[in-house]
Write a protein that binds this ligand. Structure first.
Ligand code: B12
Ligand code: SF4
Ligand code: SF4
Length: 374
């Protein structure tokens, strides 16, 4: 999209930069301070409650990442998640997904729980405690996109949806979200395959805003700070993560308990313990999560009803209870039948479960070691 040069120095925002075409990159002097569009976007994002934000140039993903993804699919490591093989070319090049995109803003929202489900009860992965992050984060991304678009020099896009080069995504689009978070300087990909934000940990949702223009400053990847640590590899009860090998989704408890529509694998039944939805073990052991701060997002807090559930309550959960308890929750992904299958398996295999199944607070005292330095 080609924009006309802007000259609006009178915008209400204290940052008040405009998105400008690539050829005009110098920051605008506003209220005596030169503030560029990247700084404006970041400040707006933080004001809207995002925990981290960075910006990368839109380009095809690098050759090594493309090869990793192709190999992952070629080895069938995506299990039954056929959607991961769809739109492969778009996943590898965001410009095919959204023609006209020039910049990718990567954003993170903290979901580190402030309170956890009591020990001894069935456990859910922390990301599923509150309202569905797809809805919560998408709404927040749209707000930010509107703020950015309002600064777009005329002609503005007719609407964000119709405007070429605009887009906002959380999880479900063919976008390699962790890759773009790394490119945008948010953190690095840990051995647990999670995006780790320095001194903040990995319990973050990721989302992106696609922009039709360049910005005055871009962020850059940072090196891994996993060092010699292998805690996540040691803690994974199914060996879904193995050094130098593709992530084996079929083995992963998160896949088994959420995405798998068939019978649980015998291995999953053996190691699931009290976990009935998702899995956090490769995150709770990660020393970087000792720096995590509990999230303060109202929508992500677990309801008192959820926190009060006992094993008995779960075992006699009706479809109506399920709908009430998980209204607007990501747990709906597993469907009632899937959740009941998991509860039944947890009950049947209660003697072979691993006590580590419980989701401890990621800032928990058991993390004694300092994070490894590179
Ligand atoms: C498919 C999927 C799954 C699958 C497969 C997991 C996987 N590792 O691929 C299943 C159902 C198992 C799953 C589970 C979980 N998921 Co998931 N998942 C996705 C999804 C839709 C695609 C991921 C993908 O592209 N996989 C393909 C593989 C090949 O990609 P990859 O592991 O990211 O690796 C690439 C790059 O990281 C790169 N790379 C570059 N440098 C390095 C360095 C190292 C050391 C490694 C390992 C890789 C690497 O190489 C790869 C090439 O593409 C994304 C959303 C999205 N659209 O991106 C969410 C997403 C990755 N999931 C998320 C979450 C929260 C989870 C769970 C924690 C949920 C839970 N508690 O149960 C678990 C964690 C499991 C794990 N350890 O990865 C978050 C992660 C946030 C974060 N901080 O990283 C995402 C981004 C969703 C979101 N919008 O917030 N997930
Ligand atoms: S989510 Fe659980 S099963 Fe999956 S890789 Fe992490 S520790 Fe292993
Ligand atoms: S547990 Fe250790 S190896 Fe795994 S992601 Fe965290 S720092 Fe990296």
């Amino acid at each position: 999209m080609r924009n006309k040069p802007n000259k609006a120095h009178t915008l209400p925002s204290p940052y008040a930069p405009l998105l400008r075409p690539a050829e005009q990159a110098a920051p605008l002097p506003i209220q005596g301070e030169p503030v560029g569009e990247a700084a404006f976007i970041k400040a707006s994002a933080l004001r809207l409650g995002f925990s981290a934000v960075g910006i990368a140039k839109a380009a095809p993903v690098d050759a090594a990442t493309a090869a990793t993804l192709r190999h992952w699919l070629a080895t069938g490591s995506e299990a039954d998640m056929a959607y991961m093989a769809n739109n492969l070319e778009k996943r590898l090049d965001p410009r095919l997904l959204v023609p006209g995109v020039r910049s990718i803003v990567s954003l993170a929202m903290n979901y580190t729980p402030a309170q956890t489900i009591p020990e001894g009860e069935y456990q859910l992965a922390a990301y599923a405690y509150g309202k569905d992050y797809h809805d919560v984060m998408k709404a927040r991304l749209r707000e930010l996109m509107a703020v950015i678009a309002s600064l777009q020099p005329r002609p503005r896009p007719l609407s964000l949806r119709e405007g070429t080069g605009w887009g906002c995504f959380v999880d479900t689009a063919p976008v390699l979200e962790r890759y773009w978070a790394v490119q945008a300087g948010l953190g690095w990909t840990g051995r647990n395959h999670q995006l780790i934000i320095p001194r903040a940990g990995s319990m973050f949702f990721l989302g992106e805003i696609f922009l039709p223009c360049e910005v005055d400053a871009y962020d850059h990847p940072m090196p891994s700070r996993c060092g010699n640590c292998h805690r996540c590899l040691d803690a994974c009860p199914t060996h879904a993560i193995r050094e130098g090998e593709p992530f084996d989704a079929h083995r992963c408890l998160s896949y088994q308990l959420i995405e798998n529509r068939r019978q649980l694998s015998p291995e999953a039944c053996r190691v699931m313990g009290d976990t009935i939805y998702g899995c956090d073990r490769c995150q709770t052991v990660c020393p970087w999560n000792r720096f995590a701060s509990p999230n303060t997002e109202t929508a992500f807090q677990p309801s008192p009803d959820l926190l009060a559930m006992t094993k008995k309550d779960w075992q006699r959960l009706t479809a109506d209870d399920y709908r009430r308890l998980f209204k607007g929750s990501a747990v709906k992904r597993a469907k009632y039948e899937g959740l009941m299958r998991n509860i039944e398996a947890a009950q049947q295999h209660r003697h072979c479960g691993d006590p580590a199944a419980r989701i401890s607070h990621p800032g928990g005292k058991e993390l004694e070691e300092e994070p490894q330095k590179p």
